[in-house]
Design a binder for this molecule. Structure first.
Ligand code: RTP
Ligand code: MG
Length: 140
């Protein structure tokens, strides 16, 4: 299978608790490679635009507020089956349901403050990577 790209965000609850390195280690241990990375502080409007697909959901306002509360680390991860692999390493959205050894099981505080984001399909990955990075910033 060809190398796939996916967009990862280390969320505010994790950057705040200085867990960036531990989370990146989980990706690298799973065979994913960081090919682009930056630390940014999203505005509520930018967080809202990124999560626009959830704009009708009851948790949307809370999600936008949370995602703009502290800096985040946005990264492009590359590897075989990177989209599915990243989501496997993250674990279920709700840490109470996440498997042992996953990022959300080990680090997430709640279903909302759950430490990491990962693209959920090739279409989302393409859109989300373009949201944060130009092609020149992807360095394999
Ligand atoms: P993500 O998009 O961040 O990778 O997470 P996901 O696919 O596992 O979950 P999704 O359904 O796309 O939800 C996006 C994010 O919204 C927050 N959320 N809060 N309080 C709640 O019931 C609730 N449900 C979702 C989480 O931060 C979730 O990751
Ligand atoms: Mg999602």
């Amino acid at each position: 299978m060809a190398t796939e790209l996916t967009l990862s965000i280390i969320k505010p609850d994790a950057t705040k608790r200085n867990l960036t390195g531990k989370i990146i280690s989980k990706f690298e241990e799973a065979g994913l490679r960081v090919v682009a990375s930056k630390r940014i502080h999203l505005s509520p409007a930018q967080a809202g635009a990124f999560y626009a697909e959830h704009s009708e959901r009851p948790f949307y306002a809370e999600l936008c507020e949370f995602m703009s509360s502290e800096p985040v680390v946005v990264q492009v991860l590359a590897g075989e089956n990177a989209i599915a692999k990243n989501r496997e390493v993250m674990g279920a959205t709700d840490p109470a349901e996440a498997a042992e050894g996953t990022i959300r099981k080990e680090f997430a505080l709640s279903k909302g403050e759950n430490s990491a984001h990962g693209s959920d399909s090739p279409e989302s990955a393409a859109r989300e990577i373009a949201f944060f990075f130009s092609g020149l910033e992807l360095v394999g």
